[in-house]
Design a protein around this ligand. Structure first.
Ligand SMILES: Nc1ncnc2c1ncn2[C@@H]1O[C@H](COP(=O)(O)OP(=O)(O)O)[C@@H](O)[C@H]1O
Length: 175
């Protein structure tokens, strides 16, 4: 069931701005798992192709990125952080955590980040329609998907605690 991993691999996903990086940074500090920020990995390894003017971001060369990440994922103990989740191999992950945020809170966070116009509206729509949760449900077994609300500062610690407790349970059940 666990593909020989001695630690689980965790995917943290959700609309940009919901708080994935903040959560992953805290979780990595606490667990000493490796935080794999997929956008950074893609940038460092030249996996970004030409710029998409409609979505105001570069195209991701997914095959190249997956080849680079495959070795990192083998032993477990990874926290993968990305705003999309349907192109990773299903076998990589033991737990998928979809971070959710209230729309008005998300709007303020993305506006503060400098998002405007279509980019801002598209991301808010993405959260309103639970697009990433839907994507997770189409890509992974329901039993490994967990939805975490992340609107307030207090919820950051609560969500870290939830994932840490999940990791401990995974170890008890799989090692
Ligand atoms: N639970 C929270 N409460 C208040 N602000 C938060 C919370 N989580 C994240 N933030 C803030 O929201 C912004 C976006 O968070 P970030 O972690 O960069 O999101 P993401 O990685 O999903 O794009 C940052 O300014 C961060 O400090």
């Amino acid at each position: 069931m666990n593909s020989g991993r001695t630690l689980p691999n965790v995917l943290v996903t959700g609309t940009p701005g919901v708080g994935k990086s903040t959560l992953c940074r805290n979780l990595a500090d606490r667990t000493k798992f490796a935080w794999r920020d997929v956008s950074n990995i893609a940038q460092e390894h030249n996996c970004l192709d030409e710029y998409d003017p409609e979505y105001q971001c570069p195209f991701l060369n997914e095959d190249k990125l997956l080849d680079i990440m495959e070795g990192m994922m083998a032993k477990g103990g990874n926290i993968v952080d990305y705003h999309s989740c349907d192109f990773f191999p299903e076998r990589w992950f033991d737990g998928v955590f979809v971070i959710r945020c209230n729309n008005t809170t998300l709007y303020d966070r993305l506006a503060a980040r400098g998002y405007t116009g279509k980019k801002l509206e598209d991301n808010i729509q993405c959260e309103i329609f639970a697009t990433i949760l839907d994507e997770a449900q189409s890509s992974y077994k329901p039993v490994i998907i967990h939805e975490l609300q992340n609107d307030t500062e207090e919820q950051i610690q609560k969500n870290v605690d939830t994932i840490v407790a999940w990791i401990e349970r995974w170890k008890e059940e799989n090692i």
